[in-house]
Design a protein around this ligand. Structure first.
Ligand code: NCD
Length: 311
């Protein structure tokens, strides 16, 4: 299994076979994570630093657990209390950490491109845990693994990505990944949140859920990213839910075995009905979280192999 990359910065840089390599290795870790003893030593001796400049619950916990289960020494930097608050630049912080010889740096940052920039300055492998509206590669990979396990394949599926596409790095990374794997993608949402420029990804654009959801295999809902909006994107949350919120009636238009996904955190009653989100017969939201740990273990193992070969 060859994975010829020093960093994992975006899906953009990956080939079909890179994606398949990560997912196949992740399957092994899904099994390991279901055992009572969940330990491997593939990262033993290596240091992993998690730097999250934006709030995160599941992604940070998932990367931390993934590193610990693989035997790395894992440190979480409390960025809220760091020198960034004293005016230090991102690059100075990165250079300071670099001098401590980490092997894997996991970074989330509110600015698109910040993680790529940082990767150019350090000697270790960098994993992008989400940069602005740009990419969130491990999220797209965990979504892909969830879809592949539920549908038995990751190609020739009709996949709807719904809601706040404009502000979503999850949507962007998924569009790139699912496109590379030759699926048909529909983007559904109001024109303010699904600009027509997204057609360049090869997706079909709908502003009516009732049309867009017809016969899809996968319904991926997105959080309304209010923190990235400066007003005027939606009339009201009530109206938004009525037109674009996923409930059982709208889901009935999709294929009878269509699965429901959401990257979390969810706004129940805004983009998705709470009961539907919890319906284990339709919703794979908890599986997405489970697959997240396995996919991150796989990605870190592949990058660590390259580090050891280069050493
Ligand atoms: C997403 C993110 O941070 O981009 N969440 C996540 O990583 N699970 C999506 C979101 O914040 O809505």
């Amino acid at each position: 299994m060859r994975f010829a990359h020093r960093h994992l910065l975006g899906i953009e840089h990956l080939s079909q076979s890179d994606i398949t390599a990560i997912l196949d290795l992740a399957e092994k870790y899904v099994d390991l994570n279901r055992q009572s003893t969940k330990h491997s030593d593939v990262l033993s001796g290596l240091t992993q630093i998690n730097m999250f400049f934006e709030n995160s619950t599941r992604t940070q916990a998932s990367f931390e657990l993934a590193g610990k289960r693989l035997g790395a020494d894992v440190m979480n930097m409390a960025m809220q209390a760091s020198s960034i608050k004293k005016g230090e630049t991102l690059i100075d912080t990165a250079m300071t950490l670099n001098a401590m010889h980490p092997d894997l740096l996991v970074v989330r940052h509110p600015h698109s491109g910040a993680v790529d920039l940082l990767a150019q300055k350090v000697n270790c492998a960098v994993l992008n845990a989400g940069d602005g509206k740009h990419e969130h590669p491990t999220q797209a990979l965990l979504d892909a693994l969830t879809i592949r396990r539920a549908k038995g394949r990751l190609h020739r599926l009709n996949i709807a990505i719904c809601g706040d596409v404009a502000h979503s790095r999850v949507a962007r990374s998924n569009l790139i990944l699912l496109g590379k794997m030759e699926n048909r993608i529909r983007l559904i949402g109001p024109p303010t949140l699904v600009p027509s420029t997204f057609a360049e990804f090869g997706a079909e654009i709908y502003d009516d859920m009732n049309e867009g959801l017809q016969d899809v295999d996968v319904v991926m809902m997105l959080r309304l990213q209010k923190e990235r909006m400066d007003g005027g994107f939606i009339p009201s949350e009530r109206e938004y839910y009525h037109r674009y919120g996923l409930d059982a009636a709208k889901l009935a238009l999709a294929k009878p075995d269509a699965i429901v996904m959401h990257p979390g955190p969810m706004n129940r009653g805004v983009e998705i009905d709470g009961t539907l989100a919890d319906d284990i017969n339709r919703s794979v939201i908890q599986e997405q979280v489970e697959m997240g740990v396995a996919v991150r273990m796989a990605a870190m193992e592949l990058l660590a192999r390259n580090l050891r070969e280069a050493a």
